[in-house]
Design a protein around this ligand. Structure first.
Ligand code: SF4
Ligand code: SF4
Length: 151
């Protein structure tokens, strides 16, 4: 049987929304980034995204790096384990516009390095092929080593 997603409007009036939530806001953090303008910028973002649970999204023309990592203080009951000493960023966050029932619809959203690179090449053009290096080692006689004083 399909599960019905709880919406804000379904929560009793005056109730604390967080009591009905799995603490979605404690499972990630997002940092604004400079807007990428060329392939080198996108290459950096691609590298960020090679590090596991990292996404990139764009909202109102601002690019964000999103790291999916649950706060070490989130308890199994979805409550904060350091509520009285929680950081200021948590204190300032309110339920007014939180992600309680949103579907994370961003202007742009990238989940993999391949996706960001496909986008990069579509807006910047394809990158020139990387220079190929020979795997063969040079012969010992070809090596020009510095001559040490006194030898
Ligand atoms: S602020 Fe919003 S997302 Fe965070 S725990 Fe409360 S209801 Fe959930
Ligand atoms: S400190 Fe508490 S409120 Fe802040 S992210 Fe961690 S669990 Fe959530």
């Amino acid at each position: 049987m399909p599960t019905v997603k709880l919406r804000r409007k379904d929560v009793p009036k005056g109730a604390n929304l967080c009591e009905y939530c799995t603490a979605k806001c404690c499972g990630y953090f997002a940092l604004p980034m400079d807007t990428p303008t060329d392939l080198d910028d996108f290459d950096h973002i691609r590298w960020y995204m090679m590090h596991g649970r990292v996404s990139v999204f764009v909202e109102d023309d601002v690019w964000y790096l999103m790291v999916h990592s649950v706060c070490q203080h989130l308890q199994e009951d979805h409550r904060c384990g350091v509520y009285e000493e929680r950081p200021g960023i948590c204190r300032k966050y309110t339920t007014d516009e939180c992600e309680f029932d949103d579907d994370a619809l961003y202007d742009k959203f990238f989940e993999t390095p391949e996706q960001i690179w496909e986008y990069a090449e579509s807006v910047c053009g394809p990158r020139k092929p990387l220079r190929k290096f020979s795997a063969a080692r040079p012969a010992a006689t070809d090596l020009k080593l510095p001559v040490l004083a006194g030898t």
